[in-house]
Design a protein around this ligand. Sequence first.
Ligand code: UD1
Ligand code: CA
Length: 419
Amino acid sequence: MEALILAAGKGTRMRSEIPKVLHPIFGRPVLEYVLAAVGSVGFRKPRVVVGSGAAEVKKFLKERGKPFAAVAQNEQRGTGHAVMCARQSLKDVKGDLLIWPGDMPLLKRETIAAFIQEHRKADAAASVLSAEVTDPAGYGRIIRRGSRVTGIREELDASDSERQISEINTGVYLFRMDALLGALKNLRSENAKNEFYLTDTIELLAQSGHCVAAFALAAGEESQGINSRRDLALAVKIMNEREIRRHQENGVTFMAPEQTFVAPGVVIGPDTVIYPWSFLESGVKIGRGCEIGPFAKLRKGAVIGDGAVIGSFVEVTRTKVGKKVMAKHLSYLGDAVIGDGTNIGAGTITANFDGKRKNVTRIGRDVLVGSDTVFVAPVNLADGARTGAGAVVTRGSRVKKGETFAGVPARSLGRKRSS
Ligand code: UD1
Ligand code: CA
């Protein structure tokens, strides 16, 4: 089996300079989600049809570092035409072909796996992955006579009664290669959009006596495609809800799930409480029993130890925060390593960027960082060190064990006599 992803469309409804499939959801392009799902069901080297914004799409595909084969569709004349453009590249494909639109990022691995299984069981020449939805507007409708699938009707070409049909086409299909090639030859573009619709191959195959099936295996939310900015926002909402549900099942409390944003793949330990308006971006790891937010922003590479508190208006990125660390108010912690039990006073800033590179702030265990400290990285604080309120700890400083730094810029006040 081989997979073909259609990603050449203009995405006119997005009204954007950015190719539609590259619009980000939680920082990752729509197409990334499709590729990840296609990969997870075992397709190692998908073919991707590119056209509008081809250079940018190809650049993204290359930077991903995984195998793919690009197929050019120089003029966007419809989904059927996109597949026609891939004919040459599909010459050697003998078995079945999975076709997946590049703008359907919410379909789940399990759904696709079940779809492949049903297609095989039915021994169909073509199968459509469909969904029963409450609002079918904008999607192609599955036309059946009795239980038999006879075709797919696009919204713009549908009659009033066809528009009542709630079973929609997700745009994901499995075709027997020979059947597909035969049907492509007979595609015509006499329709509302003057395009070659891939959907018409289903009717053509049904008419010529092939076994054609549709499996309503996709849940309504999975069939949400990205055609407009509104769809993009809906996809964010759906993905967010999915992730939050997963974390809730793992024992995480969200005070206000709808006011919290959690990217896919974030790790959160049980008994952690997330307060409203917190953003947990991709690549964040949080331990158990932590308190996060309200208004916390955790970015890539934030690793938060068990029992730590990352409070209001605290941003953390590329930073390892030890167990039971308190950073309760108004801080920026970037490119830092913070040892267990350390207290980060309100308003602490790691000045990590010197205009050229990002420098590291190393803070030991049980350190007491005074309010409003600025660490001009690179700096190093040993275990049990302290800074005074408002300290500016200059570049290259090494604060020794038990030593306090205070002042602007900070200078040594010597070591503590006892202990
Ligand atoms: C398509 C289906 C519709 C289905 C819906 C589900 C057709 C005619 N209609 O409609 O039945 O309900 O998807 O998501 O297929 N593309 C190309 N080249 C083109 C045109 C499109 O590569 O010339 C790509 C697009 O980049 C996109 C995908 O094909 O990723 C689907 O195209 P789009 O225009 O979004 O189709 P829909 O109108 O959503
Ligand atoms: Ca679409």
